[in-house]
Structure formats: C-alpha cells, structure tokens
Design a protein around this ligand. Structure first.
Ligand SMILES: [Zn+2]
Length: 692
C-alpha cells in the first residue's frame, strides 16, 4: 500500500530515508552535531577555475575533506548535515519524552520511540509479530481467495505489495477526492533492475536471488523450499516489472490519468474480485476511479490466472517478511542490510539505532512530535522573515514572466494568474493532526508500526468524496526538504529547512538568497516546469498555454533535457559503462533549478537596491554576486557511493550536486559576468538553454 500521497509532489531534494539502520542500541549518548556554516571559505578549491568547473571551485575542498561516513551513502554539505542536526534535536525530545513524559502526547511518542529502541524485546519476540500474517498466507487455497487475503493482511498493517491503492485529488477536478490505483509489487528500486540485460543488473539479480533464499531460510524454510520460493518471487516480480510504466513516462500527467467506471475496471481485471477487496478494506463506496497504469492491471490479471497458488504464497510471504526485515531480530536485520544497504547502495555500516528510531517516530507521529519541535526550533520571527522572502521571489518570477522572449500575451496573462494563485505554507500546519486513536505500546515495535500504518490508511480512505483540506501538509516539521504540489498549487517549506545553512539571520542577503531564496524559486518554478505547467492555478490538468507557446516551451525544455542527458551520473565500474543522467526523468527538477537560480538572483538585486546596497560590495574578498553563486553551489557539495549514484540515476528525478550547480550556472549568463569569465568558457557558453 502506498496511499498517503497520490501525485508525485515535487521536492527540492531526494528524501533522506535511504540508509538502513543498525540493530543494536548504541553505547554512549549521541553527541550534538557541529554548527553548519552558511558560507564556507574552507570548502573552496582556489586552484580550480570557476569559469571551467564552478562546482569544483565552490565545493572542491569540502568534497576532498569530507569522505562519506560509514553509515551514509550520500553525504551532502547542507542537506545531510542539517538532517543530522535536526534528527539529533528530535532525538533529545524523544529520549526525554520516553524517560519522563509531561503530556499524553509526549507519552505516546515517547512510547513509540522506546519500543523501537528496545532491541532485547525485539530479539525475544523473534518472528512472532509477523506470524499471524504468515498463517493467513499459508491458508490460501486458490487465486480466488487473493482479494480476501490481501485485504485481511492490509487491515492488520501488513503491506501486500501487489499495487498501491488510496484516495487522491482528481487531476482534472482538484476539488474532488477519488479512489486511485497504481502499479506496485516490486522489491528492487526500479523496473530496470529486473529487465535490463547487462552485467551490472545481472549481478544484482543473482545476489537478490541469494538474499531471498537466505531470508526464507532464516524464516525457517528448508533449503529446497527456500530456493523454490525465491524463484517464485523473482518470476512474479519480473512479470510485474515488465508490465510497469517507466518513471519517465509516469511524469506525464496524461499517462497516469485513466478514469474507469467500476464496472469497466472489473472487466479489465476480472480474475480478481475487486468488489470483495474494496469492501473488505473498508473504503466508502464509489462508482469510478483513476487507474494510473491500466496495462499493469491487465498483466496482473494474466499473472493471477497463470501463477500457481503456491507461487502467490511465496510472493506474499516474502513481502510480509521484507516489509519488517529491519525491525526483526539481528539475524534478519543483518541479512537485509547486507543486500539492501551494502550491495545495492554501498553503505558500509548501518545507521545508529537512535537515529533510525527518531526518524521512524517522526514518520509515524510527525505532527505530534513536531509540535514541541517547532516551539524549540522555529521562532515566530523566522516565519515573518520567510513571508517577506517568498513575496520577493513571487515578484521576481512575475517580472521574469513579463520579459520572456518566447511567450505571447494570452499565455503570459494565464501564467500570471497561476502565479497569483500559488499558496504558501511555511513552517508547520495551522492545525495539528490527532493521533489519539493510534494505540502505542512499549515492547511492541512491529505492533505499533502496524497500527500506525492502518491509521494512516484509514485517514486517507476517509477523504473519499470529501472536500479537500487545503491546510494539510505532506511533510513533517523537522523535515529538511520542500515541495510544490500541482493539485494544491501550493509551495511548502517545513521548519526543518528554514535553518542555517539555508536560512540564516546572521549572514548577508546574498548568501540567504543563494540558499533558501533558490529553494523558494525552485518550488515556484515547479508550477511551470514540463509537468507542473500542465496544471492550471486551480490545480486542474488543463492546457493554459496557446498551442504556439506550448511548442516554444517544449523546444526549450527539450534543450534542457538534451543538455543534462549528456552529463555523467555515475562513473564506469569494471565492465560496466558510465551511467549518463536521464535528461527526461530529471527535466522538471533541472528546469526548477534553473528558474530558481534566475529568479532568486533578481529578487536579491531588488532587495539590495531597496537597502541602498551594491551588488559589487565585497565580503571575505567576494562580491555580493559571487557570494550568491557560491552560497547556492555550497548547498550541493556532496559525496556519494558509486552504487548509490547509479541507483539515483535511474530512480531520482534530481540531478547529482555537481550538475545541479554547473548545469544551472552555465545556463545563466549573470554567472559568467559575476566571475569575469570569457564567453565560450564551459560555465559561460556561447549558447545555453533557458525555459523561465
Ligand atoms: Zn524540485
């Protein structure tokens, strides 16, 4: 099940939940992380020419001196360090709440955290928390019983893995919340892992098969049975992968919008009794729904009929086991880490238990935990100051739209209308969600996870047919990220990112505009990238550009896609060739980066002019213009394992740090001018791409 969010919301960066955690409680208490500099002179590689490779110039020394910690797979100067810091602050709150809660809310999240930290009970319980799921799966007699079995598993909090189902806004009428079905069912990070025929993926598939066998054996299955089960899982998942629409194709809103009446959908997949399923999961009644990938469900129909019942048992048993692998005893944890952490991502050691338990509590009860967190870490003055910054960025995007060379008047007017309708959410929700109905018990980690999963699912199901709550948030307050939601047409900045080095009261405006200013500009531009621009100001999928302007727009986005498609995402490894970036998968993010850099720069010029300051004034030997670009670049200084870079190239719509920096500055002439580059140098090319 994946039902909390329907549309892919457009983030500033990939999520943090990449790393796998450690099974044992740590000796000693975590130490507070150091303060993060918003502008770091020691990060700069002065031997590099900013006009040739600006990323190397702004980040080179940082990259050289900051190897990836053993528990990380991607280590970024701003995002990772701030995530570590926020998580430490969260841990302090959770640890205190677990020891001596001062309110019913603190008692609830304190207990959730304590249950997660209690590894001796985890060991003692063994597989017993997932035995009820195993038992239900074992009782499957024929494929006709699959809908009843799957709903039973889901009602107990065990994800079944087949597909995603939930409630979300209708793409063409954002005031309506409708039932939606998506493709799913895979355990590896992308369909390519199952179907691309080369040595790299071949090796991973062979190791995946070994991992499956080991996990089944740990669960008590005899070696021959485990081998047979592993083969079943791989065969079924591979068939699902083949029937899946690619990530790049799913970025097209039209490719994921297929309204079916219930009657017609049942004809598409008659082998599965949907009526029974929908009824048993307890969602309200509906007579039409969106089926994001009809071909997937067509293939699933054949698969349900052709695979023997024992193969489905293997598949479901695997998914029940895999879903909780890192919350089971150490033997399961270690085997899971060996494959999903080490082999797939190059992670050397697991994340400390306190870190993972802090993140898990935030995931499960974020708006409970967040109430204390924002009191401690987000003063009202920060919100007022953010309001001003957002207003400055809105104005500069409006000015930018007026000067676009390719846009005709009717489209310009429509773009301005859409911009005026973007709503801003800053810091944290106006009203908090209640979790009082989620039963949380000490010594019952997996039980707590199950109950919270079911609670989230039912919370989502309850939206069916209801008015949209425009004040709802899709991120918890301590999160270091931001997003634009095309159906809401809103931009969202959690308190977690409104901290140094992104947002710093003590630093000059140039650095703040290069940090949080570009983040705001990035999210606003998402409303106008190749995907976001298909939605109007009300959040409806509707063309508002003239045909002529759409053509001009697409020529420009094609330029960006081609440019980034030539950048290397991961180096060659042994027999495996270097991996290039997917220019189409990353197009929306790259467009948003380019637009964000331009409009935050315009907003900085306005702000300095209003303060009577010059853009050429120097601090630390750099002009305000240069500090703006360096501040921007230093957000993206990073190191990443080759394995993780290769995975991200297939799955992450964001480009790696180097190209977020160099790709953006080489498309913006003000950069070349700021650093006195000569036209024709790599970062100041004779011709470049520009959308917004
Ligand atoms: Zn983004």
């Amino acid at each position: 099940m994946n039902c909390t969010r329907i549309l892919p919301i457009l983030l500033i960066a990939a999520g943090a939940a990449l790393a796998q955690t450690a099974p044992q409680a740590d000796s000693g208490k975590p130490a507070p992380p150091p303060a993060i500099k918003s502008f770091d002179l020691t990060a700069i590689d002065k031997t590099a020419d900013p006009c040739t490779d600006f990323y190397q110039f702004a980040c080179g020394n940082w990259v050289k001196n900051n190897p990836i910690p053993g528990d990380q797979v991607r280590w970024a100067r701003s995002f990772s360090l701030l995530r570590e810091r926020n998580r430490y602050l969260l841990w302090q709150e959770l640890d205190a709440a677990a020891a001596s809660p001062k309110s019913p809310l603190q008692k609830q999240f304190g207990n959730y955290f304590a249950a997660c930290m209690d590894t001796s009970t985890v060991e003692k319980k063994g597989l017993s928390p997932i035995q009820p799921a195993f038992k239900a799966i074992d009782g499957l007699k024929n494929a006709k019983q699959l809908p009843a079995l799957m709903s039973k598993l889901e009602n107990g909090g065990t994800p079944d893995g087949f597909f995603g189902f939930g409630v979300g806004q209708d793409d063409k009428d954002s005031t309506k919340q409708i039932a939606q079905l998506y493709q799913g069912g895979l355990s590896l990070p992308d369909r390519d892992y199952y179907i691309v025929d080369n040595k790299h993926f071949g090796d991973i598939r062979a190791q995946y098969a070994e991992h499956l066998k080991k996990m089944f054996a740990l669960a008590g299955d005899a070696p021959e049975a485990a081998a047979k089960e592993a083969a079943d899982v791989i065969r079924i998942e591979t068939a699902m992968a083949k029937a899946s629409t690619s990530r790049t194709d799913l970025r097209e809103p039209e490719n994921r919008y297929h309204i079916y009446t219930l009657v017609d959908f049942e004809k598409l997949m008659p082998a599965f009794d949907w009526n029974t399923y929908f009824h048993a999961v307890g969602i309200g009644s509906f007579d039409s729904l969106n089926v994001a990938s009809p071909n997937f469900f067509k293939a699933l129909n054949d698969l349900v009929q052709s695979e023997p019942v024992n193969a489905w048992k293997s598949y479901l048993r695997w998914h029940a086991l895999h879903a909780q692998a890192s919350n089971l005893p150490k033997a399961f944890f270690d085997e899971n880490f060996a494959f999903f952490g080490k082999t797939l991502q190059g992670q050397k050691e697991p994340v400390a238990r306190w870190k993972q338990c802090s993140s898990m509590t935030d995931n499960a009860l974020g708006e409970a935990v967040g109430q204390d967190w924002v009191k401690q870490n987000f003063p009202p003055a920060a919100k007022a100051s953010m309001d001003k910054l957002v207003a400055a960025l809105e104005k500069s995007l409006g000015d930018d739209i007026k000067t676009l060379p390719w846009m005709t008047d009717p489209t310009e007017k429509a773009a301005e209308e859409k911009l005026a309708m973007i709503r801003n959410k800053i810091g944290y929700p106006e009203k908090w969600r209640h979790y009082s109905s989620v039963k949380v018990k000490r010594g019952d980690l997996i039980g707590n996870i199950h109950r919270s999963t079911v609670y989230e699912r039912n919370y989502n199901f309850a939206k069916l047919g209801q008015p949209v709550d425009e004040k709802e948030w899709g991120m918890t307050p301590p999160t270091v990220n931001a997003y634009y939601d095309p159906s809401f047409n809103d931009i969202n900045f959690p308190a977690g990112i409104l901290q140094p080095p992104f947002f710093d009261f003590t630093i000059d405006p140039a650095v703040n505009f290069g940090g949080i200013g570009v983040v705001i500009g990035h999210e606003m531009t998402h409303g106008f990238d190749d995907e976001g621009s298909k939605y109007d100001g009300k959040g409806n999928l509707r063309e508002w550009q003239t045909a002529e302007d759409r053509k001009a727009f697409t020529e420009r986005t094609d330029c960006v896609a081609k440019e980034y498609g030539g950048f290397e995402a991961a180096p060659a490894q042994g027999d495996t060739a270097a991996q290039l970036l997917n220019g189409k998968l990353t197009l929306g993010e790259n467009t948003a980066d380019n637009g964000g850099l331009r409009i935050a720069y315009l907003a900085l010029l306005d702000t300095l002019a209003a303060q009577g300051k010059s853009i050429d004034e120097k601090i630390d030997g750099f002009t305000a213009k240069q500090r703006y670009f360096i501040g921007f670049a230093q957000v993206w200084c990073q190191n990443q394992t080759d394995q993780s870079a290769r995975q991200a190239a297939l799955t992450d719509p964001h480009s790696p740090g180097r190209w977020r920096v160099n790709g953006s500055v080489q498309n913006f002439d003000e950069f070349g001018k700021a650093f006195g580059c000569s036209k024709g140098q790599p970062m100041y090319p004779a011709s470049s791409c520009r959308v917004w």
